[in-house]
Design a binder for this molecule. Structure first.
Ligand code: NAD
Ligand code: UFG
Length: 349
């Protein structure tokens, strides 16, 4: 089965790519490399070739907003007698802070890019898509754990683009109820790395997320961690989030593809998280315990736009996809540290 994976060179996409290739899928990656390195592709290819003989991978360096290119990708696949049967759509911009500064850029890439992709899929009779949505769409949660039927109320332009895309997908599904197979996966906080230590998260510049920041402190690239607030309404005053191992999240995509292909048509929003909430202090403690490396920190004021607690109800994913997260917080810390330690400067080969 041939799958088009947009954004396949990014943090999440690289882990999904590896898994899909290992499972024998025929994969086409479309990525503009605006937030990733071409080196990740070399690492993935050599890993898969070492473990199994075949690596059915085609890389296209391009933009999801380029309609002619998208059209060519679908047509070329049909000509190869390997039509694209499903799309996993990850390509997009994700920095919340950037979205506040440049909302139009976010609407252009995320929303217009997705519109382009869906039109091309429709034209070429590819009707199965897994989309990467985000827990950010829930905004300030009224109740925890968050279920998929919780109200959607994003508090930044990034989240608004995700909601707009979900609405676009819903409208498309309703336009012809027997045609489309759609899963919108709402990720909580994907962290950690592949257990090989060969691929992982490689943020450009100063990391804005907790885990890569802690890893860089551990590696000596940064002096200390800033803890954004110790006065939140949580067990110890620091922010609580639902951290999910990147390999568990990646397996969720395989389960979603299996689910879609078993259906005549469907449209589902599904949370992917661990279902557990951990505070910043709990993460620091677990990281130190697992790796033996101390993480110096200082307490700073609250970060603008942050919330106290956010964690998922994952029963829908368990029931519908027969998927559940298998890896512990300890494995998250060990695998994340293994990647950082082996690649202190990321994908510089
Ligand atoms: P990432 O930035 O590492 O990966 C995104 C990839 O898309 C990059 O390789 C980038 O080069 C590519 N890209 C960006 N714009 C493109 C364009 N116009 N055309 C083609 N390629 C383009 O991000 P990630 O963490 O892997 O996230 C993947 C998806 O998951 C994103 O849509 C993001 O919004 C969503 N998501 C991420 C998180 C998270 O915490 N990482 C949480 C929830 C949702
Ligand atoms: N934090 C710190 N110091 C840091 C970074 C983060 O104390 O240097 C704290 C935050 O205040 C928060 C927690 O660690 O309490 C987690 O913060 P992250 O930035 O790692 O994660 P967020 O939950 O704020 O946001 C992330 C992505 C969003 C996505 C969301 C839900 O950045 O794009 O997860 O999936 F929408």
């Amino acid at each position: 089965m041939r799958i088009l994976l947009t954004g396949g060179a990014g943090f999440i996409g690289s882990h999904i790519s590896l898994l899909l290739l290992q499972k024998g899928f025929d994969l086409v990656i479309l990525d503009s490399f605006v937030n990733s390195s071409t080196n990740v592709i070399k690492v993935i290819t050599s890993y898969v070739e070492k473990k199994s003989s075949k690596c059915n991978l085609k890389i296209i360096n391009g933009d999801i907003r380029d309609r002619n290119l998208l059209e060519k990708i679908f047509i070329d696949s049909i000509k190869d007698s390997k039509p694209i049967q499903a799309v996993i759509h990850l390509a997009g911009l994700k920095s919340v802070a950037d979205s506040v500064l440049n909302p139009l850029g976010f609407w252009d890439v995320n929303v217009c890019g997705t519109n382009n992709l869906l039109e091309t899929m429709s034209k070429n009779e590819c009707y199965s898509i897994v989309f990467s949505s985000s827990a950010t769409i829930y905004g300030l949660p009224d109740s925890l754990p968050i279920r998929e039927d919780h109200k959607v109320s994003p508090i930044n332009p990034y989240g608004e683009t995700k909601v707009a895309i979900e609405k676009m997908l819903e409208g498309l599904y309703k336009s012809n109820i027997n045609l489309w197979r759609i899963c919108s996966l709402r990720y909580f906080n994907p962290v950690g790395a592949h257990p090989s230590g060969l691929i992982g998260e490689d943020p450009i510049g100063i990391p804005s997320n907790l885990f890569p920041y802690i890893s860089q402190v551990a590696a000596g690239r940064r002096e200390f961690l800033n803890v954004f607030g110790d006065d939140w309404d949580t067990n110890d005053g620091s922010g609580v989030r639902d951290y999910i191992h990147i390999m568990d999240l990646s397996e969720g995509h395989i389960a979603a593809i299996d689910y879609l292909t078993s259906k005549e048509s469907c449209f589902e929003f599904i949370n992917l998280g661990s279902g557990k909430g951990y505070s910043v202090f709990e993460i620091i403690n677990q990281f130190e315990l697992s790796t033996g490396v101390q993480i110096p920190f200082i307490i700073k004021g609250r970060r603008v736009g942050d919330i106290a607690k956010c964690y998922a109800d994952i029963s829908k994913a368990k029931n519908l996809l027969n998927w559940f997260p298998k890896r512990s917080l300890e494995e998250i810390c060990l695998d994340g540290w293994n990647w950082q330690k082996n690649n202190p400067n990321g994908y510089i080969l």
